[in-house]
Design a protein around this ligand. Structure first.
Ligand code: A2P
Length: 280
């Protein structure tokens, strides 16, 4: 879990992260983050909207791991879009996390057509705040989440600093080929949220059969498929056994043929959260 890759600016990001969406605040969450850290995860992914930044912050502060070994991501929520609101939201996240810098700060969802007639401009203004935070040294890297190429393009046209990461729903059954290829071309690292399809793909017979042929679990197969598609998986679990299981994905390689068989499962077990229509 300590293997890293370099973002466009040279900053190192660990190639597996611990996801915390739906991780409860309080004792359960605290134990889960401690468990993840003791299993070797060094990359923790949270968001203002997950309502668990304080728990994550408390877990990090009490784990006794040097700050420079940790990689912490959080995200600005939709109701805080725009330059001033984003700067303010960042300060709130930073306070809850008890950090003096955040490793990666993301725009959680694109403002998109329908909800906001001037959505491109809204994204550009939010992005300008992320650039300010980056230039002020309060964040080590900046990026977006749930952006498709048609959201990224207008943002990149206006940007001074290009996004380094795009975090999207990615799992067997949701292979996101178009967005992944766009990101690869533009040196944007892809991160995978719900890499297990939030558990929805684990009963698939093809995945069960392929996993059996490697002697891994279906969850490990999903995570390995992500890695080999050049994405950083962010599995979430609050169970000690599964947290450890999800970190053990560096001992096997999927063949090109199996990678393709998994690609072809698309669509399967998708969340249905479409960035162009979702209305939070
Ligand atoms: P739990 O937290 O009880 O382990 P995703 O990261 O795709 O959103 O998936 C998270 C869901 O999958 C959670 O419901 C989590 O439950 C479950 N899960 C996480 N890891 C595993 C695993 N290795 N095997 C089976 N289910 C898992």
């Amino acid at each position: 879990p300590r293997d890293t890759i370099a973002l466009r600016n040279g900053y190192e990001i660990p190639c597996i992260g611990f996801g915390t969406w739906k991780m409860p605040d309080g004792e359960t969450g605290l134990e889960a983050v401690h468990q993840a850290l003791s299993d070797g995860y060094r990359h923790i992914d949270t968001a203002a909207a997950y309502d668990n930044e304080e728990t994550v912050g408390k877990a990090l502060a009490t784990a006794g791991i040097p700050r420079e070994e940790l990689f912490v991501t959080t995200k600005v929520w939709n109701s805080d879009r725009g330059y001033d609101a984003t700067l303010k939201a960042f300060e709130e996240s930073r306070r809850k996390l008890h950090l003096d810098y955040v490793d990666l700060y993301l725009i959680h969802w694109p403002a998109a057509r329908g909800a906001d007639a001037d959505w491109q401009r809204t994204n550009q203004e939010t992005w300008r705040a992320l650039e300010t935070l980056y230039l002020d040294g309060k964040v080590r890297a900046i990026g977006v989440s749930n952006f498709k190429p048609h959201h990224l393009e207008p943002l990149m046209d206006a940007a001074e600093i290009l996004p380094m990461v795009d975090q999207i729903e990615l799992h067997p059954g949701c292979n996101q080929q178009v967005t992944r290829e766009f990101c690869n071309r533009h040196d944007i690292v892809v991160e995978a949220w719900s890499p297990l399809g939030s558990g929805r793909v684990l009963q698939n017979q093809l995945l069960i059969d392929i996993a059996a042929s490697y002697g891994c679990t279906v969850a490990q197969l999903c995570l390995r498929w992500c890695l080999q598609r050049r994405a950083i998986p962010l599995p979430k679990s609050v169970d000690a056994g599964r947290i450890a299981e999800n970190a053990r994905i560096f001992w096997f390689d999927l063949t090109d043929e199996d990678m393709q068989r998994i690609d072809e499962l698309d669509p399967l077990g998708q969340s249905g959260l479409d960035p162009d229509t979702v209305d939070f």
